[in-house]
Write a protein that binds this ligand. Structure first.
Ligand code: VG1
Ligand code: CO
Length: 547
């Protein structure tokens, strides 16, 4: 079939700068600005000289505008000479599944449509991110090139063709391009079966020795969790809740935390709580882990997975190393020390783990923002983390709470909390960061309450693999006795600016492992507020979100 290619004129936008995880904007920005999507997609394609004949993976989290946006991208990919397009049925692919498909099919890359945990719909958010051939988020050298291109773009290419049938599995040929609609779950489920002890997990779940509740929050992980937990591992029907992906996430906020995963949290703190409770976000890369009446912080989760990895078939041979983003608590550092393996500290965002994983320097990595992953893909992976926990629970026969408490007894506990001041105005946010910056030089050696400042800096990172340097990644204040304050601005928001304050304190005393987190951190929280003048400068009485 001969396909007509149209070259259409366009005018550039000044604001298509990818943030921590792709280009994320209000859905309206995509809907109301002519060619907003087309410009960015063509900018990506223009920066990929090898695209002719190459394979591109396409999918999204199913939010509002996912389908029409995919249709446009398919037509543009055809017009730009890609050889094969692999698309998840219904336009769905979780972020980790897309990462796996890119790797498995030696694709040039992939595009995932998602604004992650941000609400969707015409009043919500939409986003687009590009992943490179290792399956991971495009590193800065790519995103900077996309941005540069987007500011000078004058035309884009699109094929004149009917919409593809996104719901029918199979191949459709358009000129030189084969469009393959595939089951979004199968390959991912196979990968999980290679990593975990499915037989043992199946026995525990079908006998009822272990029970689980997984909240898919009406986002992309529903079909994945249904297939793996209920169909393959035999968890009773209904173990996966809110399992149908909806364009508006059922009116919810697909953010797996104590505030938004309400149904699950109520269940886990109620009389009928299952052994393990878990949730994932819009695009399936985040996870929250709960035991009966017990919440596991993401930082502790990473540390515990590292300490117990030898119990899981895929990691039986041990870990080469671990990594965490700078603001993530240092709980995993202690595990690495005990295991005698390196622990790397990277800037926020999964793209910084890619080189370490590719070079075989690390096996596990994670972030405080409910993200955990390993070298099985190049993204954080929500359902993978849940299966990892399930495997550990089944292998040890211990409850989630017992596992965590024993971990604290062995390593000490890193009390940890993040306070977000969301949607403050940009100028105020910048002024707070400048003010903190100005104080960096005078702080070391000073006393702050009962702490002494041992180091204060603006975090910068030199990638140990390619030597690239990333600066301005957040203000760190390291204290003695061991504690830490971190301040940074979010790179995923779509409204004003969000200041994140991360507060951490290490507690080795076995008698003080069961305190309330906010109470245990109260003095440090106050220090952080005084130091940054956040309340005075924003006029707010406190953070909008506490995790
Ligand atoms: C946030 C988190 C960060 C995470 C990023 C993408 O970024 O803090 O750890 O990698 O979201 O997660 P920021 O810049 O707003 O702090 V997701 O699930 O949106 O892909
Ligand atoms: Co996400």
């Amino acid at each position: 079939m001969q396909i007509d290619i149209e070259v259409r004129k366009t005018t550039p936008y000044p604001d298509q700068k990818p943030g921590t995880s792709g280009l994320r904007k209000k859905t309206k920005v995509f809907l109301e600005n002519p060619n907003y999507l087309e410009n960015f997609v063509q900018s990506i394609f223009d920066c990929l000289p090898d695209r002719r004949g190459a394979t591109l993976v396409l999918g999204g989290d199913g939010r509002y505008f996912n389908r029409p946006a995919l249709q446009t991208i398919v037509k543009m990919a055809v017009a730009n000479g890609f050889g094969t397009l692999l698309i998840g049925q219904g336009g769905l692919l979780s972020t980790p599944a897309a990462s796996h498909l890119i790797r498995k099919n030696q694709a040039l890359g992939g595009i995932v449509l998602s604004a992650s945990h941000n609400p969707g719909g015409p009043e919500g958010d939409f986003g687009i991110k590009y992943n490179i051939d290792n399956g991971g988020p495009a590193p800065a050298r790519y995103t900077e090139a996309f941005f540069r291109r987007s500011r000078e773009i004058r035309e884009y290419r699109i094929a004149r063709m009917a919409d593809v049938d996104l719901d029918r599995i199979g191949e459709q040929v358009y000129g030189e391009t084969t469009v393959k609609v595939i089951d979004p779950v199968t390959d991912y489920a196979q990968l999980m079966a290679q990593l975990f002890d499915f037989d043992r997990m199946r026995r525990a779940l079908t006998s009822g020795a272990v029970t689980i509740c997984f909240d898919a929050m009406h986002a992309v992980t529903g079909p994945y969790a249904k297939r793996i937990l209920e169909e393959e591992l035999g968890a009773p029907p209904g173990s996966v809740i809110n399992a149908v992906p909806l364009e508006d996430f059922g009116g919810g906020h697909p953010d797996p935390n104590l505030t938004y995963a309400k149904t699950l949290v109520e269940k886990m703190y109620g009389p009928e709580a299952p052994t393990l409770g878990a949730a994932s976000d819009g695009d399936g890369d985040r996870n929250m882990i709960l035991g009966r009446g017990f919440f596991v912080t993401p930082s502790d989760s990473l540390a515990l997975l590292a300490a117990n990895a030898h119990r899981v078939p895929g990691y039986r041979d041990g870990l080469r190393g671990v990594a965490r983003s700078m603001p993530t608590s240092r709980a995993v550092d202690r595990v690495a020390e005990a295991l005698g393996i390196p622990c790397y500290e990277t800037p926020t965002g999964w793209k910084f783990f890619g080189n370490l994983l590719d070079a075989g320097k690390i096996t596990l990595c994670g972030e405080e923002s409910f993200g955990t992953g390993s070298d099985h893909v190049r993204e954080k992976d929500g359902l993978w983390a849940v299966l990892f926990w399930l495997n550990i629970v089944v292998a040890t026969g211990q409850s989630v709470a017992t596992l965590v408490r024993e971990h604290w007894r062995r390593f000490g506990r890193n009390y940890y909390s993040r306070h977000d001041y969301e949607a403050i105005d940009r100028a105020t946010a910048d002024a707070i960061m400048t003010h903190l910056h100005d104080r960096l030089a005078e702080l070391p050696g000073n006393r702050l309450g009962k702490f002494r400042v041992v180091q204060a800096d603006d975090f910068s990172y030199t990638d140990p693999v390619d030597g690239s340097v990333t600066t301005g990644q957040g203000i760190r204040i390291l204290l003695e006795p061991e504690a830490r304050l971190v301040f940074r601005l979010s790179g995923t928001g779509t409204e004003g600016a969000t200041l994140r304050i991360y507060i951490e304190r290490y507690q080795p005393d076995p008698a003080r492992l069961d305190l309330d987190t906010q109470a245990a951190l109260a003095e440090l929280i106050e220090l952080a507020e005084t130091l940054s003048e956040v309340k005075k400068r924003t006029g707010r009485s406190g953070p909008t979100v506490v995790t």
